[in-house]
Design a protein around this ligand. Structure first.
Ligand code: ATP
Length: 361
């Protein structure tokens, strides 16, 4: 396994890029630690596949270098990079048995049959494929086929990195959660460097120790799932992660105090410089409560989502979501909203602009 370094990486599909908009990847500097479980998370078109193809060698970046354990591989073709990839759709040989499919990457590299047996048996056991080893792959269910595909990616112990590109796309929704946790368990047992590409926050947060969030060709935050939830570095992360996402509300700042809907809103801590910028307040629905005082609001929608209720309110033309336990008020009710102070952040031009600590009013 290897540490992967992306240094000053930029990529444009145009021959003569002029502005930042011409780049599918703006400047990216990243270190993927040896043995880490990473997710690359972002909406369609943010540049995930471009980045993955640069790491695998299918694409040479317009600028910057890519290093495996300090060795420059930028110009190396995929077959010289020693990586394993698991794609959206299973890549297996239908006419071969499950055993032979799993053995293929090892036999292809001339491993002896004793080693092949040992690895195939171990991987099949981890993926709960042991009972199917003698079966032809052709008639298996799509999720079993995808498990074989994953097994083929994991069977070699000498790869630099295993990359998963939206691997659960073909899996039935009711089996997805099972395979999601299986992959996490696999990483803990195999300890390979793994990169999991997805636009699905649940998949990313379940699998990864570190999540790399991308938007419009840029990495906006790298952090643990808890860090991304607790203190989003950018409004995009706040909104993209969470269900529903963070409330992002227009704010005016004067004399170091943030105002929303005509009221001063106490923040988690002092504001950093925000002169001449667009300012917004960020507060997760989990930390908005309904009480006897606070911001006057009108309830516009109430959704029972199982364990809790999402109450959608309107405050001075902005929508504010609150998550409450129990049934919640009726639609049309007048309520007051309270924001938990230590969870109320300020953002300037999208980026966090308040500091955690002593609260400022
Ligand atoms: N071969 C190409 N030629 C020109 N533009 C491209 C090409 N491939 C991707 N792009 C553009 O580069 C940007 C990033 O695309 P990319 O496929 O990397 O995003 P993505 O996050 O993987 O999206 P998806 O999840 O839909 O695959 C997009 O604006 C896309 O239109």
């Amino acid at each position: 396994m290897a540490k992967i370094t992306l240094s000053k990486l930029r990529h444009s599909y145009y021959p003569n890029p002029k502005s930042a908009d011409d780049y599918a990847l703006k400047e990216i500097d990243l270190d993927w630690t040896d043995g880490g479980a990473y997710a690359l998370l972002g909406p369609s078109g943010c540049g995930k596949s471009t980045l993955l193809n640069i790491i695998s060698g299918l694409l040479v970046p317009s600028e910057g270098r890519i290093l495996f354990d300090g060795q420059d591989v930028t110009e190396l073709p995929p077959d010289k990079r020693n990586i394993a990839q698991v794609f959206q759709f299973p890549v297996i040989y239908d006419t071969m048995t499950v055993y032979d499919n799993l053995a293929f990457p090892l036999r292809n590299r001339g491993r002896d049959e004793a080693t092949v047996r040992e690895r195939v048996t171990a991987i099949a056991e981890m993926l709960e494929l042991s009972d199917l080893l003698d079966r032809k792959a052709a008639h298996l269910s799509p999720d079993n086929k995808q498990k074989i595909s994953m097994g083929r990616g994991l069977v070699r112990q000498d790869v630099n990195v295993v990359m998963f590109d939206e691997p659960l796309t073909v899996i039935d929704p009711h089996l997805k959660w099972k395979l999601r946790s299986k992959l996490k368990e696999l990483h803990q047992r195999v300890r390979a460097t793994m990169i999991y590409v997805t636009h699905d926050q649940t998949e990313a947060l379940t699998f990864a120790d570190q999540v790399v969030v991308m938007q419009e060709g840029e990495v906006v935050q790298i952090g643990t799932p808890v860090e991304l939830f607790d203190r989003p570095a950018h409004t995009f992360v706040g909104h993209f992660i969470g269900s529903p996402g963070m409330n992002i509300l227009p704010a005016e700042v004067s004399d170091g105090v943030a105002h929303f809907a005509g009221q001063a809103i106490p923040l988690e801590g002092p504001i950093t410089a925000v002169a001449g910028t667009r300012t917004e307040i960020g507060i997760r629905p989990e930390f908005v409560s309904l009480g006897q005082s606070g911001l006057p609001a009108t309830v516009t929608k109430v959704s029972d989502v199982g364990r809790h209720t999402v109450v959608e309110c309107e405050v001075a033309g902005s929508r504010v979501n609150a998550i409450v336990n129990g049934p919640g008020p009726n639609r049309g009710a007048m309520v007051f909203l309270d924001f938990r102070r230590d969870q109320t952040r300020l953002y300037a031009d999208g980026w966090i602009a308040s500091t955690a600590g002593e609260s400022a009013t």
